[in-house]
Design a protein around this ligand. Structure first.
Ligand SMILES: *Cc1c(COP(=O)(O)O)cnc(C)c1O
Length: 435
């Protein structure tokens, strides 16, 4: 659906250049900076021109719920960074994951998902999608291919996992998951929020669709909730036509058009835009897309700093006797060190999970005594912050349920910012001394 103007830049530019320049390529006399197209609608010269847009016979803008030039430019930048063929922005990461699955699953269908995923996504798949008639089987992502394959059913339509899981910081074996998914004739969807395309491009390892909560590192400044879906264009829907009738059979709401035939590699994102955005409408506001773009322009400068700071702090925490355990995939002691080296040799993310030698009260006391690091329901922005999932995001769960979800009751999620690392360490030190 993207108009020619927003086609991803040449593939041979490096990621740093794409962060700064991809997406918006102005012509003579146009604004150098991506403008906010603060308009719900777009003008055409006659009725016939508009009709062709509604029939998907031509690409172009007509209503911002479906497409807006600011959003398209930012989506094109994210597609270029992931090495995909097309992308769409959504109003949140939740909407991105919902649309990514709902675009190929309907009532009576089933998906297989790693059990260690973001709590919001877990609820979406386990509770809300179930009410829509879509069932999810959660699997231990570290289990063998044989074991995980047992979760598949004839009506399974996709597989889902997170490159680095939030908040447990487990690393997904993307190649293994892709192999299992493809052996069963379904695509693999990977939520790449924590790694960002700078540290990992899941498409290179066989993933078919990537999602993001752009709220996190991509925005990076905690200003806008947003999401994105990117398609690699690699999954052959027609080869598994019986499983994906929504893509391979005529859509009556568009005069019997068939997405896979009419749009080829663009079929999946075109359908998500033309059907799901049209009917459900979780569009990102162009103003938020503008701010997201500013964040993306410095992503390649911020992410390495987050990772460097997190590595130093993880090592410091591990050496501190008041700290019981640390899970950071950049540590040699981590169960996920080898996987992280394979998939993210330049660094993983700025988020660390750790637990203290002490009671739950002492954990809370430690967090309350931090001065620089704030307690906020957020992660992956410029400012260092902490959260105790058992007391906050996951407080409705029992200790047993927490462990099942990969969240230890004593887990502290530390999101390391881009301040001076010595200041962050000094803050952690004074708070640890207070217990
Ligand atoms: C935050 C988050 C989401 C949800 O995104 P929102 O933008 O908050 O809706 C999904 N997946 C992961 C990995 C996240 O960290």
């Amino acid at each position: 659906m993207s108009s020619e103007k927003f086609k991803a830049m040449e593939k041979n530019y490096s990621k740093e250049t794409l962060c700064v320049q991809a997406g918006w390529t102005p012509k003579k006399g146009e604004p150098r900076v991506l403008p906010i197209y603060q308009s719900t609608t777009f003008k055409y010269d006659n009725s016939e021109q508009m009709a062709r847009l509604f029939d998907l016979e031509e690409s172009g803008f007509f209503y911002t719920r479906l497409q807006n030039p600011t959003n398209e430019a930012v989506a094109a930048k994210i597609a270029a960074l992931e090495g995909g063929v097309a992308a769409m922005l959504t109003s949140s990461g939740q909407a991105a994951n919902f649309y990514a699955v709902f675009n190929i699953c309907e009532a009576g269908d089933h998906l297989v998902c790693s059990s260690t995923i973001y709590g919001g996504t877990f609820n979406l798949f386990a509770v809300t999608m179930k009410k829509l008639g879509i069932e999810c089987t959660f699997v231990d992502a570290d289990a063998s291919e044989e074991e995980i394959s047992k979760a598949f059913r004839p009506n399974t339509k996709c597989m889902f996992g997170e490159t680095i899981s939030n908040p447990s910081i487990n690393v997904l074996d993307i190649e293994k998951f892709a192999r299992i998914a493809h052996n069963h004739g379904v695509p693999l969807i990977v939520d790449n929020t924590f790694a960002t395309p700078l540290n990992c491009q899941p498409f290179k390892w066989g993933a078919d669709i990537v999602t993001h909560s752009t709220t996190k590192y991509m925005d990076g400044h905690a200003t806008c909730v947003g999401g994105a879906i990117v398609d690699s264009g690699n999954f052959d829907w027609d080869a598994h036509a019986d499983k994906f009738p929504g893509l391979t059979q005529p859509d009556e709401s568009y005069h019997g058009l068939t997405y896979s035939k009419a749009f080829g590699k663009m079929a999946y994102i075109t359908k998500a835009t033309a059907q799901l955005m049209r009917d459900l409408g979780a569009a990102q506001s162009p103003e938020n897309a503008f701010l997201l773009n500013l964040g993306l322009e410095t992503l390649h400068l911020r992410v390495p700093r987050h990772c460097e700071n997190a590595q130093r702090i993880a090592e410091w925490l591990e050496a501190n006797p008041k700290v019981k355990w640390v899970n950071y995939c950049g540590l040699k002691s981590s169960k996920y060190y080898e996987l992280a080296q394979k998939y993210m040799p330049n660094g993983s993310c700025g988020v660390i999970a750790f637990g203290l030698n002490g009671t739950r009260e002492e954990t809370i006391h430690f967090m309350d005594n931090l001065k620089l690091a704030c307690i906020v329901t957020h992660v992956a922005d410029a400012r260092t912050c902490v959260l105790h999932p058992a007391s906050h995001t996951h407080r409705q769960l029992t200790d047993e349920q927490l462990i099942e979800a990969g969240v230890a009751p004593d887990l502290i999620r530390l999101s390391v910012g881009i301040e001076n690392v010595n200041d962050i360490i000094a803050d952690l030190e004074q708070a640890l001394e207070s217990i």
